[in-house]
Ligand binder design. Structure first.
Ligand code: IMP
Length: 443
């Protein structure tokens, strides 16, 4: 019963969607377990680019079971528009199932996300302003509206009234603005949700049992993480984090499976590092090398279009992600972006404010905020990698770079990305040896 979890090992946008998309062909179910439409996945299939925010990456395979688990927060308008877009492109979306227990992002959550950031001013977190944080806050406060509530008008209205009550004061300024007043109108909100519920009804399901069936029948279930380890609300760079747990362990709460259902955990990391939004980023580059990585790697947010902050790969953070998620293997993406650099820097330690160096991820925020990377330098390469299809096609310097990452991370690299296309993902020899999933992938 192979369960494979794929998580981001850095600050997000590592290319998880593409990895999932490739493996999804042989999987029985692809399952999202946290986050919402703050995520953004770009998948290139036969030259056509698809962008998803909410729908699992496996949706491009006709009829594939694609699950939005209970741990995901769902903006129903966004979900419906993604489904419409897919249908318009001729894609069969009948396999999409949404947990009846997933929480809904409500219009007031989006307003509160905007107002929360505005209140913080210069100290803002740089959220995607999609209402993610306020929605998870309501879930924890037991004031959440769930997917199943869209199917019952009476319950829905009652729950919305209860949820709005403690927010009245904060929302009052917005009620004066016609645009927001309409978003906050109880009657309209209820009617919209009932319509959404009606349109989504055939997709609403008890998704845990669906996933159990896949696992119990010995078929491959892929659990697709969103965001990444360093954005985890408990283990990331709090408060500059998202409001869910993107670490692998969250698959148990967010999809309703047990720890023993998981057979392999892969982390996805870029060959360098990026971050969107505010918060510590010890290897950030503020020079032309950073600009070059941004331009060559097309490092602009899929969800917000914001330019991503770019830097060298951070092995202190990566080793932390390996341990925290108990990663079995790494996928290194976007290796081709490093082509043309004379020397490539790799952060192996941090230097603190007191000039002392350390090589483990600091728990104390003041230490982390002042830490900067200490580097080893490796030779670069000039060859274009985008046509490489096996490890041996890679120049020696690129192979040496990967070997260094493997040694430092302490786990094998299972796949290497050399471009956005499906054919530009290389399985490694050590990956084939370590991963039972390979058998499924090529079955
Ligand atoms: P939120 O998830 O919208 O609340 O944003 C909180 C932080 O997580 C911000 O720094 C966002 O930029 C970041 N974030 C959220 N989703 C993603 C993602 O999919 N990739 C990268 N960063 C993300």
């Amino acid at each position: 019963m192979p369960g494979l979890v794929i998580v981001g090992a850095q600050w997000g946008d590592e290319g998880k969607g593409k990895v999932v998309d490739l493996l999804a062909e042989r999987a029985d179910a692809v399952v999202r377990f946290q986050g919402g439409n703050n995520a953004g996945h770009t998948i290139v299939r036969d030259g056509e680019e698809f962008k998803f925010h909410l729908v699992p990456s496996g949706i491009l395979y006709p009829g594939k079971t694609c699950v939005i688990g209970n741990g995901v927060v769902v903006d129903p308008a966004v979900l419906l528009s993604e489904l419409e877009g897919l249908r318009g492109a001729g894609i069969d979306v009948s396999g999409l199932k949404v947990s009846a227990n997933a929480h809904l992002i409500m219009p007031y959550h989006i307003i509160l996300d905007h107002s929360g950031e505005a209140r913080l001013g210069k100290q803002e977190i740089g959220t995607t302003k999609r209402g993610i944080g306020p929605c998870y806050a309501d879930k924890a406060a037991r004031l959440g509206i769930r997917v199943q509530d869209m199917l019952d008008e009476k319950i829905l209205k009652k729950k919305i009234m209860a949820a709005l009550e403690p927010k009245k004061l904060m929302l009052r300024p917005y009620e004066k603005d016609r645009r927001f007043a309409e978003m906050l109108d109880l009657q309209k909100m209820t009617e919209d949700l009932l319509t959404f519920g009606h349109r989504l009804e055939k997709h609403i399901a008890d998704t845990s049992t669906l996933v159990w069936r896949t696992l119990d029948e010995g078929k491959l279930a892929l659990f697709e993480g969103a965001q990444a380890t360093m954005l985890d609300i408990d283990h990331g760079t709090y408060p500059f984090v998202t409001s869910s747990n993107p670490v692998a362990g969250a698959v148990t709460t967010g999809a309703g499976v047990g720890i023993h259902d998981i057979d392999e955990i892969w982390g996805v990391a870029k060959a360098y590092a990026t971050r969107v939004g505010a918060g510590p980023f010890p290897t950030e580059l503020f020079d032309e090398t950073g600009d070059r990585l941004r331009a060559n790697g097309r490092e602009f947010g899929t969800t917000t279009g914001r330019p991503r902050r770019c830097g060298w790969i951070d092995l202190v953070a990566l080793r932390y992600a390996v341990r925290l998620n108990t990663l079995d293997a790494l996928v290194v993406t976007k290796l081709d972006v490093l082509t043309g650099l004379d020397r490539i820097k790799v952060c192996t330690k941090y230097r603190g404010a007191d000039d002392a160096t350390f090589d483990t991820f600091p728990y104390h925020q003041s230490v982390l905020h002042r830490a900067c990377g200490e580097y080893e330098e490796l030779p670069g390469w000039t060859e274009d990698l985008t046509e490489c299809r096996t490890e041996s096609d890679l120049p020696a310097a690129a192979r040496d770079y990967l070997a260094f990452l493997e040694e430092q991370a302490g786990i094998p690299i299972v796949q290497i990305g050399v471009g956005p296309g499906r054919e530009q993902q290389i399985w490694t020899e050590s990956g084939r040896a370590v991963s039972a999933i390979q058998e499924h992938a090529s079955a």
